[in-house]
Design a binder for this molecule. Sequence first.
Ligand code: GDP
Length: 251
Amino acid sequence: MKHNGRQSRRAPSGDAAIALPQDPMPSPSAPPPRVTQAEFVAGASRAEQLPPPKTLEVAFAGRSNVGKSSLMNALLQRKKLVRTSGTPGCTRQISLFEVTTRLGSRLTLVDLPGYGYAKRSHAERREWSELIQGYLLQRPALAALVALVDIRRGLQPEDQQLLELVGSVPTRKRPPVEILMVATKLDKLSGSERRLAVQKLERETSLKWFGFSTELSETHEPLWRALLARLDIDQKRPVAAPPEGGGETEG
Ligand code: GDP
């Protein structure tokens, strides 16, 4: 699987590329916020009911109760913007959250309904699968998938199916989707076990994994930064020094 393409990504609407404004003044004390604005913009129980995309989209997926809503709220530094599911498996809609980053770029985080809830009926599973397939294979703005797995459970067959689905040929043309694997609830393991558990997942899948916990704030920023880097959003570009001798380049 290769998901590391660093090509420049453009807004799906076909108009301006996502803006890369200047750095704000660095604050000497508090770390700058990851996002300056985040709001729920739409929800739908069928992929075709979603409004047309306005920005690149990053989808978050995982088994029910994996900690998806908590992770999204932590990344967005909001307490309850993304609703946590009181009853596992009860959220059966796709929700879009439009976000403005600290450097002023815009992107949309997409909360996909959780899977693997044992008490679901056959019809409910089929609905879920149609909804997820409709989104993952048809949405032209989908730029990254953050796949969440509980560190104590490891990768389950449903997680693998999801990765296979997103790796399969989409029904609409779009750039390749970046995959970020995240092991959640890291705090449930002791400090020494955490690293080993993440390394084990990396060995098993040959993919890089990010450890995450709502309780370990030091795990939040690296995931956010990696996500923006994979999307080529808010990346500082070194200013190339003009070549000596008047700008002639060899070619
Ligand atoms: P979702 O169903 O995947 O959206 O999962 P939620 O975000 O609703 O979380 C499910 C449960 O796990 C809730 O009781 C959360 O408080 C808890 N939880 C989520 N993330 C963490 C974490 O990093 N550490 C711990 N200890 N609990 C967590």
